[in-house]
Design a protein around this ligand. Sequence first.
Ligand code: ATP
Ligand code: MG
Length: 198
Amino acid sequence: MSGRESVRAFFAVELSSAARAQAAAAIELLRSELPDPVRWVPEENLHLTLKFLGELDPDRIPKLVHLAAAKLVREHPFEAEIGGLGAFPSARAARVVWLGVTHGAGPLARLARKLDASAGRLGLERERRPYRAHLTIGRLPTPERIPFERVEAPGGARFPVDEVVLFESRPSSAGSRYRPLARLPLGRADALELAPLD
Ligand code: ATP
Ligand code: MG
């Protein structure tokens, strides 16, 4: 095993390269319109989070993957689409700037519920808030008003969602870096991939 005491991990959906490129183009447009303190997410880090797991003992990962994969085998691939713009907790005091999900939000929420339940079976913390599918594109160190009226909400291409990825998140001087630890297919028992921890 890895010998490490804990791994910071989360389940997410990756974007297709076309959807990723569109989101990156939207970020480029917003960069010039929105306030300076926004820390924009680098293109390679863009993802749709389904379930944040926090720090967990690496020895628990195989069991977690097994539980989650068993659930996801019963699900089906679907399509999602990114579009629209918003902020958490509000546009008046934004900490997170996001692109919305204009198609596939229901199935994404369903996956999020399944993964939350799998994590709960291992004793990990359950999500208390209702799941809201979104693509985080920027973060603000302190709450700021975002002048959304100045910008046009971008639309996006549809892309297939046919797997869930378990990512490890590692801090680096350039911000968090993510590494896929396992790929959990939707509706296919034969395609599970599990990477060793290093
Ligand atoms: P950084 O923390 O360096 O700004 P990051 O937030 O992308 O980068 P992580 O904090 O490791 O990196 O988070 C990984 C993923 O989990 C991101 O999608 C993040 O939005 C999400 N996430 C982080 N903390 C939570 C939380 N407490 N609840 C729900 N999702 C979270
Ligand atoms: Mg974070």
